[in-house]
Design a protein around this ligand. Sequence first.
Ligand SMILES: [Fe+2]
Ligand SMILES: [Fe+2]
Length: 195
Amino acid sequence: MKADIQRATELVGAQLPAELYLHTVRTRDYALELAKRYGCDGRELQRIELAALLHDNCKHWQAQRLLDEAAALGCEPTELEMRVPALLHARVGAHRLRRDFGVTDETVYSAVYYHTVGGRGMGREARIVFCADKIEPGRNYEGADELRARAGGGLNELCLAVIAAGLDYLTREKAPIDTATIDFYNELIQELSAG
Ligand SMILES: [Fe+2]
Ligand SMILES: [Fe+2]
């Protein structure tokens, strides 16, 4: 896994545009900070580092390239992804892990796959990458500081707060909401009520 991290660091440094690379590095650093706060072990930290480094590996691609690559990788776009192809960068990025980055770890795959809209069945690593992507220190939308301040509480509460802020933004913008986000929300609520 250490060799994978080294290779991923070099590849994203070489391939990503400067701004996206800086977001990637901040997401990695913040994800590792969260992971330590939530008591992750060494193996989890490595998976989180690798997933955070690679989470936006094709975020800079144009819509048509994402659609073409999705077709080539056998990743069928959802109705929403057809309308908003930029969303595909998460699932296409996950599919690219094995082929283009030599990464076969399922946990890393899941963290990249779900990092944008979330979904049911995410592990702790995927949840941490999901949150870090939205609240890394370079994110300066209204309410971002409040979200970062919540990172002192539980991970599931932080996920809920990040989802709520995202839904608030989407409803204000009258933008569509991926049902996977609602699934993620419902799962978190279920887990919290089960104690
Ligand atoms: Fe992303
Ligand atoms: Fe990102």
